[in-house]
Design a protein around this ligand. Sequence first.
Ligand SMILES: Nc1ncnc2c1ncn2[C@@H]1O[C@H](COP(=O)(O)OP(=O)(O)OP(=O)(O)O)[C@@H](O)[C@H]1O
Ligand SMILES: [Mg+2]
Length: 255
Amino acid sequence: MTDAPLPRPTPVPAFAPALEAIDVAKTFRPDSGGEPVEVLHGISLTVTPGEMVSVVGPSGSGKSTLLYCLAGLERPSRGGVRIGGVDTTALSARRLAQLRRSSIGFVFQSYNLIPSLTAAQNVALPARLARRAVAPDEVVEALAAVGLAELADAKPPSMSGGQQQRVAIARALFARPGILFADEPTGALDAAAGRVVLDLLRGVRDAGSAVLMVTHDLESAARADRAIVIRDGRVHQELAAPTAEQLFDAVLAAR
Ligand SMILES: Nc1ncnc2c1ncn2[C@@H]1O[C@H](COP(=O)(O)OP(=O)(O)OP(=O)(O)O)[C@@H](O)[C@H]1O
Ligand SMILES: [Mg+2]
């Protein structure tokens, strides 16, 4: 009797963090020709797929600058950034733009929607710019995922802030990015609308993407799996499964 051949082992994909930053620094050189100012002094951090991380810290500590450097919207002055294993600091501007469209989502405090386009057109715009064919059903599905299918033909000025932010999230998720960055995503919203947006971001995490969110709202920050406290351009503290009270103390200590 011959043994049946063993089934082929399923190849295990090599583990790649969704985001890996190594010693990221950023120096701004004033247009007016003054002294260069180093705003980030060497930040290292890792975010794994399916993990939600919040970034908190005093105003001016460098949170937005960090997020922009990690998301490829700014070039770090030093250090490395890997998104899904790809070193973004080594890419040309064109390749970086391609990677941003395919693998990175970004949500801003101010939504950044195009007011003259409908919700559906806003969601489809990045894909159209990437010359990807977009099926209308796909767009309605993306809007349905944020609870706004019925507003597909509405334009941003006729929508509430919370609705506009949900369109912005649908747009950011349309290409199914491995990581979603959000800078103060609830900053312009009332508490109820903010909770809806935060629930959506947690849903993104539950679906397997990584989420990195900057926020002043420590209740929101406490809903992440981990929080990174930034002080004066450096990682001051990291807290796993933080409570809002722990974050309050940590941010106070970072002032
Ligand atoms: N383009 C720029 N040119 C020069 N300086 C800048 C630039 N962008 C940010 N900065 C400076 O870098 C520092 C950090 O700014 P950043 O916006 O990252 O802080 P933040 O932690 O996001 O603050 P906030 O909580 O108020 O949003 C500030 O001193 C800011 O003035
Ligand atoms: Mg900021």
